[in-house]
Design a binder for this molecule. Sequence first.
Ligand SMILES: C[S@@+](CC[C@H](N)C(=O)[O-])C[C@H]1O[C@@H](n2cnc3c(N)ncnc32)[C@H](O)[C@@H]1O
Length: 241
Amino acid sequence: MTERTHKTIEQAEQEGKYIRKVRSFVKREGRLTNAQARALEEHWSTMGLNHSDGVIDAGVLFNNNNPVVLEIGFGMGKSLVEMAKNSPELNYIGVEVHKPGVGACIALAKEQEVDNLKVYEHDAIEVLADCIPDASLTTVQLFFPDPWHKKKHHKRRIVSLEFVENIRQKLKVGGVFHMATDWENYAECMLEDMNNSQGYQNLSETNDYVPRPDSRPLTKFENRGQNLGHGVWDLQFKRID
Ligand SMILES: C[S@@+](CC[C@H](N)C(=O)[O-])C[C@H]1O[C@@H](n2cnc3c(N)ncnc32)[C@H](O)[C@@H]1O
C-alpha cells in the first residue's frame, strides 16, 4: 500500500467513513449501450441513490412505509425487476457496481413500469455501512455472488463471518437473509459462516439448504445449468435477535 493511499484511508476512517481494503469485484469499465446510457441520464434523478448522500430514510424515498428488500449484486437486474413487478407491496433497493448492469436495470424497470425500485451504483459493503439504517430491512438477497474459484482468491468472496453479521444488523428481527449459489464449495462456506454467526435461525427443514422459493425467478443461466446437471443451493436464514 502506498503512503498516499494509507493516508487517504486513515483520513476517511477518521471522518467515520467505512473503507474496504479487499473488494469482492474487479471494476470492469464495459461500454454502455445507447439504451443504458439514456436510461441512466434520464432516470437517475428518480431511480438512482448516491452513496455520498449517506443514511437513507426509505419511507421518504418511496413515499410509503412498505417493507424494504435489498438486493446485492443484481447483475443486469432482470430478476430484480421481475421480483419488484411481482410484489408492488414491497420496496426494492438494488446495489451493483457494474455501470452497464445498473443502466440495463433502470431501462428494464422503466419499460416494465416498475416504480417500487431504486438502485445504487456502488460497493454494497460501503452502502451497507454508510447508508442503510440498522434493523430496517425485511429481506436481503444475494444471488449468485462471484465465486472466486481459486483458493488464493477466496478472501475476495463477499460472504464472510463479518459480512453475515453486518447483514443481520441491517435486518429487522424476523427479516430474512436469502443467498443462492451454483458453486458447491461456496454454498458450504456460506452455511458454515451462517452457522457460526449468532442471532440467525436456518429456515431449512434439513438444517442446510432450502428449495428455490417461488419468489426467486429462475434465471436463463440457472435454467441452462440445471439442464447440464449443475446444482443450485439456496440458503434462507431469519434474524431472531
Ligand atoms: C456473478 S454476478 C451475478 C449477478 C446476478 N445476481 C445474477 O444472478 O445473474 C455477481 C454480481 O455481483 C456484483 N458485485 C460483486 N461485488 C459487489 C459489491 N461489493 N457490491 C455490489 N455489487 C457487487 C458484480 O458486479 C456482478 O454483477
